[in-house]
Design a protein around this ligand. Structure first.
Ligand code: ADP
Ligand code: MG
Length: 696
């Protein structure tokens, strides 16, 4: 047999029978390397062998002794195959029982010395281990008597199997090459790949596996940053349409507004106008709190492009939002000499006129509308632009690098007649993103932060309703606000993205309850995710025109609607939402000088909730995002699957140093070897990493 390497196919190893191979291959385990990259989920500490006499019920323990009785067979009543061994170590006896596994009885025999590791339990007959790990005492400790790695099961292949095979591999593998350059490891005091693998799979103590995990976390963050920086480099070598001399005109426009832009807005706009004039495409993230006025920033950029005679596309995540953007831009730019179009699945407008899909498509291709507002659907429908110079994507924090790259590629592929050039790109987040995450996920972008609220805003008062009496008070308050002509949102937590019919039913039921029992004197409307965009818009219009007092809305419709007259928000089952999302909802109110109030109704038994209390205490989206990150981790913030980052790196994302170091090292390496020609192992590793991210 040729020497074992990490490239060796698993099929070449004797223990990998066809059935196991099939299960593993289905889950993309093909080589020894794949097996070694399957890291333990946790460890159980069985390292000390304990006398039976000293065991107490409930503890995890290892004992070593002689099998004094052994029985195996079907139980009388339930017909389950049961193996029972009684082990004595001289200080006492403990029984071990296993169910359903015929193999165990064949490997044990009376008189044999064995080790058992597991949780100590007790029944009428005395102490016992249920399905403990076991092995002969003459063998080296693999399953017992050490820090035992616990592996995630994979398609029915057990932790025990992984443990056994991986331990075995270490006796045979000679050297494992390291994809990360040695000087980086030395500088960062990280173990080599080989050592890290040993530390993570066969740790002698906690320090070893912790150091190993540090190394793997670095690897993943490093690869991620390499990928981001390579993408950026590609971008940095392409050319863009230059929008020149827009500073003065933009300044005049800002000066003509009924309000004064915040300093943060002014800075962001300045940055963007400067970028637009550059020879390279802008690639910028606008990171701002709810209500910080991101729309004005996007609008100013689009205006500069339109006045220069080019086109700008503004993409919103929902039809309702797209329509709202179109309406506010049409108002804002009523006196400007360019046309604004709206293009979604349901709405097609050229200026103020409805247009057929074909006519609108032709007009866009002819370069007639300069600003095209729409949903992401624009990108899917193969619209041809005349000369697209800017793409703005609103409320995009849910998208990871991968999706963003795809959007960008698609946008740049949009035919504008001079296809060599890539449009400038502005991404706006719905929720402020903590610095660590922004750097890690959007490290390839320039960053503008709106950390300042428009003047005259009064902070929203937020309260948790802890009982029924509170609920009654809140309903009374809604009525008194309605008497002043103010309006209320009631948010229901329904399934995201695709609302189930049941959810719609429960929303309808809630509306009926409110109409009949709670607010018979008020007008209560409903929007939910299953409605057509036009129906939604009609409900929103009624609310905006104050034809309804209370609007019950499901989570789906939430983001971005702007109704300054709404001063109260009730969020039902608030504990089911993430903090960032709650803050986002809350941002729908407090959009004028009127004092606004947000009431959180937790589900039964969820009143004591650290997250909700954070919201009661803080009004700053950045603070809340940091708290969310600390409480729940970045996976909850972004959704692990959407983030494109593997779990282990996600775990470490609260560690700003790690992100910064990985980024700096990746940057340095790419300077000396841009296409990783001299680091072929690393290049292969990067390719593997990209595939893995792509699969997820
Ligand atoms: P978001 O950042 O959440 O998208 P918007 O752009 O929707 O916020 O702005 C929220 C509201 O604040 C809008 O009604 C907008 O017209 C208003 N606004 C924006 N900038 C200012 C400002 N500098 N001063 C006063 N009001 C502003
Ligand atoms: Mg917005």
């Amino acid at each position: 047999m040729p020497p074992l390497t990490i490239e060796t196919p698993l099929g070449a190893l004797p223990a990998f029978k066809k059935s196991i191979l099939a299960k593993l291959e289905k889950r993309d385990f093909h080589t020894v390397g794949d097996l070694l990259r399957h890291l333990p989920r946790s460890y159980e500490d069985y390292s000390v062998i304990r006398p039976v006499a000293e065991l107490s019920v409930g503890e995890l323990a290892t004992v070593e002794g002689k099998v004094v009785r052994l029985s195996a067979g079907r139980t009388y009543r339930k017909q389950v195959f049961l193996t029972e061994a009684t082990v004595s170590d001289g200080t006492g006896e403990i029984r071990a029982v296993w169910f359903g596994n015929r193999f165990i009885a064949q490997t044990l025999s009376e008189g044999a010395r064995i080790r058992l590791s597991g949780r100590v339990a007790e029944d009428g007959k005395g102490l016992l281990f249920q399905t403990p790990d076991y092995e002969r005492a003459s063998r080296a400790a693999t399953h017992t008597a050490r820090l035992i790695p616990v592996y995630p099961e994979v398609g029915g292949v057990s932790s025990r199997f992984f443990r056994w095979q991986i331990t075995e591999l270490f006796t045979k593998l000679k050297t494992i090459p390291d994809p990360i350059p040695e000087d980086i490891l030395t500088r960062l005091h990280l173990p080599t790949f080989q050592v890290a693998l040993r530390y993570v799979h066969l740790p002698k103590n906690d320090d070893e596996w912790m150091l190993a995990r540090k190394r793997f976390a670095f690897d993943e963050m490093f690869l991620f940053q390499l990928k981001a920086l390579q993408a950026k480099a590609l971008y940095d070598t392409s050319s863009a349409i230059r929008i020149l001399d827009a500073h003065d005109s933009t300044g005049q426009f800002l000066g003509s507004l009924p309000f004064k832009p915040t300093d943060a807005q002014a800075r962001a706009i300045q940055d963007i106008i400067t970028d637009l004039a550059g020879p390279r495409p802008m690639n910028r993230l606008l990171n701002g709190d709810v209500g910080s006025g991101k729309t004005l920033v996007a609008a100013s950029a689009a205006r500069a492009v339109a006045l220069a005679g080019y086109q700008a596309a503004i993409l919103a995540p929902t039809e309702v939002l797209a329509r709202q953007h179109w309406e506010s831009l049409s108002k804002l730019f009523a006196d400007e000499p360019f046309t604004i179009a709206l293009l979604t699945r349901e709405y097609r407008y050229l200026g103020r006129d409805e247009a057929s899909k074909v006519a609108l498509g032709k007009a866009i291709e002819a370069g007639i509308p300069k600003i095209i507002v729409g949903t992401h659907a624009i990108l899917q429908e193969g619209i041809r632009f005349h000369d697209l110079a800017l793409v703005v994507v609103d409320e995009q924090h849910r998208f990871g690098v991968e999706q963003r790259a795809e959007l960008q590629t698609r946008a740049s592929g949009l035919d504008d007649g001079e296809s060599e050039r890539i449009p400038h790109f502005l991404t706006m987040t719905a929720t402020p993103i903590p610095r660590t995450l922004a750097l890690a996920f959007f490290g390839d972008l320039s960053l503008s932060v709106l950390d300042e609220m428009p003047a005259g805003r009064r902070p929203i008062e937020t309260k948790i309703a802890r009982n029924n009496a509170d609920r009654e008070l809140v309903y009374g308050f809604v009525r008194s606000e309605a008497a002043k002509g103010h309006q209320t949102f009631v948010i229901l937590p329904l399934v995201e993205e695709s609302e189930a019919l049941e959810d719609v039913k429960s929303a309808t039921a809630e509306v009926e309850r409110l109409r009949a029992d709670v607010f018979p004197d008020l007008r209560v409307g409903l929007v939910h995710g299953r409605m057509k965009a036009k129906e939604k818009e009609e409900e929103m219009r009624k609310f905006r025109d104050r034809e309804t007092d209370v609007l019950v809305a499901t989570a789906v419709v939430e983001v971005g609607v702007d109704i300054p007259n709404a001063t109260v928000m009730i969020i039902e089952n608030a504990d089911r939402f993430g903090l960032a999302q709650l803050h986002q909802f809350r941002g729908r109110i407090g959009r004028s000088e009127k004092k606004s109030f947000c009431f959180l109704f937790p589900g039964d038994g969820a009143a004591e909730n650290a997250r909700l209390e954070t919201l009661e205490k803080s009004a700053s989206g950045f603070e809340i995002a940091e708290a969310d990150l600390a409480l729940r981790g970045p996976g909850a913030f972004f959704g692990t699957r959407q983030s494109g980052l593997p779990d282990i790196a996600m775990e470490n994302l609260t560690n700003l140093r790690l992100v910064e170091i990985a980024r700096a090292e990746a940057g340095d390496l790419l300077v000396s070897d841009p296409s990783l020609e001299r680091h072929s192992l690393l290049r292969d590793e990067l390719r593997r990493f990209e595939e893995k991210i792509h699969l997820e």
